[in-house]
Design a protein around this ligand. Structure first.
Ligand code: ATP
Ligand code: MG
Length: 203
């Protein structure tokens, strides 16, 4: 056997082993229901990942609802796309902008409440397959919304419905409740090197 042949042989054996492991794990996952996902951490990629799942769901003709908390006046590319090209997607934006711009706590709380009501409607609607609650964690962190109310609504949503929450932090109770938590780690970000936020990449 040549060196190349024995390498190929070893690779085949390793792959067979791996396939058996993967197959066994797939076999074990036998529960069929919607999942709750939290995308958190200080790095870039939380909201864009959530919108990736919007595309994924739309690819199967699933019904999608997106509710965005703390949104600036300027729409991001994905929001423009959903708004203009995906009339089948329900999109609601809090639209007050960043708290450091509004500087109006009670106004922000009122808007947060109105926005949460839209989220609750989706979380009560069996026909909706995927609900995105973008930047919701800040509403909990600032105590603009009642944490228990949020957790209850997510917990009691229809069995087949999946929900994705994005934003830094979110608290341990939310982490405990959801099925999947991914933390996007900030290793480096172009902005910190003085590079301007880029259209189509950062917004
Ligand atoms: P994206 O929308 O790009 O997926 P995100 O949702 O993970 O980012 P947010 O905290 O919601 O992050 O902030 C959105 C904007 O802030 C984007 O323009 C993103 O590039 C930028 N941003 C995210 N993380 C960082 C960071 N660690 N340093 C500087 N800018 C950041
Ligand atoms: Mg975001």
């Amino acid at each position: 056997m040549t060196e190349e042949q024995s390498k190929n042989e070893r690779h085949k054996k390793a792959m067979e082993k791996q396939k058996a492991k993967v197959d066994a794990r797939i076999e074990q996952a036998d529960t069929e229901r919607g999942v709750a996902i939290l995308l958190t951490g200080n790095g870039k990629g939380k909201s864009s990942s959530a919108f990736g799942m919007v595309m994924r769901a739309l690819g199967y003709g699933h019904k999608v609802g997106v509710v965005q908390f703390i949104k600036g006046a300027q729409l991001s590319g994905e929001e423009l796309y959903v708004k203009n090209q995906c009339p089948q997607v329900f999109l609601y934006q809090m639209g007050t902008g960043f708290t450091w711009n509004t500087q109006d706590r009670s106004g922000d709380i009122r808007e947060a409440e109105n926005t949460w009501r839209e989220a609750e409607k989706l979380l009560n609607d069996e026909s909706v397959d995927l609900v995105i609650l973008d930047e919701l964690t800040y509403m909990i962190a600032y105590k603009y919304l009642d944490e228990a109310r949020i957790l209850t609504a997510i917990k009691n949503r229809p069995r087949e419905q999946s929900v994705v929450v994005t934003g830094r932090g979110g608290g341990s109770a939310l982490q405990e409740l959801v099925d999947t938590v991914s933390e996007v780690k900030d290793i480096k970000h172009a902005f910190k090197a003085g590079i301007k936020a880029r259209q189509g990449v950062d917004y």
